[in-house]
Design a protein around this ligand. Structure first.
Ligand code: ADP
Ligand code: MG
Length: 247
């Protein structure tokens, strides 16, 4: 099947007078990992949230696996059942054990029987290397471990697509590597991923394509190698220069 799993067409979003997205279009193919980069405030989170209408776009269209998400008649619960979302701040329920954080959507939304949900939760925890933390509370884990639980939770629903919004930005530097490694492993398994991140090495090694968003538009789109070795747009050049100075 060559149809894109995700298609975004001419997306616009304003908050009051602030026109954040000014016609964003791109596609993601099945099995691809696409990294999105762009300055702070350029609308990256807004874009990811619009994809599953956590933020309501003003105009434009989005399709996930051929279903028009922006159709007012579309069942959003059904759409969100098949899209994983990993947030910067993990968003785990602190009062629930790790395993319950994962089984919650499986039993409540996906209607899996409890024993199957537990089995699946343990499988995904094993995948992220945290099977032994299944009965711990999020507060007992490091930030890196909590984010790996959040990734396991996203995987558990067997999503068509996983969206990552700066998944390592809230972490202490020494914990970033374990999360990126987990993400790399998932990408290698052929999951379709859209990742907002400023981690250049991850983008170089894992991304099939990299998009640069600024001024409300995608100003550049290229394979990872070309994106970093031969950036064309002056805004992207300036952005990469600043990013490299930072490290
Ligand atoms: P990024 O993720 O690239 O840093 P965001 O999508 O979070 O950018 O935000 C883009 C712009 O929209 C920023 O100027 C931000 O302050 C503004 N913004 C984001 N969310 C809201 C909101 N709910 N209400 C008003 N302004 C918002
Ligand atoms: Mg953001």
């Amino acid at each position: 099947m060559t149809d894109p799993i995700l298609k975004v067409k001419d997306l616009h979003k304003s908050y009051g007078d602030l026109h954040v997205l000014k016609g964003v279009s791109f596609e993601v193919k099945r099995g691809e990992t696409v990294v999105i980069m762009g300055p702070s405030g350029s609308g990256k989170s807004t874009l990811l949230r619009c994809i599953i209408r956590l933020v309501e776009p003003d105009s434009g269209d989005i399709w996930i696996d051929g279903v028009r998400v922006t159709d007012p008649k579309t069942d959003l619960i059904e759409i969100r059942k098949h899209v994983g979302f990993v947030f910067q701040q993990f968003n785990l329920f602190p009062h629930m054990r790790v395993i319950d954080n994962i089984t919650l959507a499986l039993t409540k939304v996906h209607k899996l029987p409890e024993d199957e949900a537990v089995k699946r939760a343990l499988e995904v925890l094993k995948k992220v290397g945290l099977e032994d933390k299944a009965y711990a509370y999020p507060g007992e884990l490091s930030g890196g471990q909590q984010q790996r639980v959040a990734i396991a939770r996203a995987l558990a629903i067997e999503p068509k697509l996983i969206l990552f919004d700066e998944p390592t930005s809230a972490l202490d530097p020494e914990l970033i590597g374990e999360v990126l490694k987990t993400m790399e492993q998932i990408a290698e398994e052929g999951k379709t991923m859209v990742v907002v991140t400023h981690e250049i090495d991850f983008a170089k090694e894992v991304a099939d394509r990299v998009l640069f968003i600024d001024y409300g538009r995608i100003l550049e789109e290229a394979d990872a190698k070309t994106f970093f070795s031969n950036p064309k747009h002056p805004r992207l050049r300036a952005f990469l220069r600043r990013l490299l100075e930072r490290v």
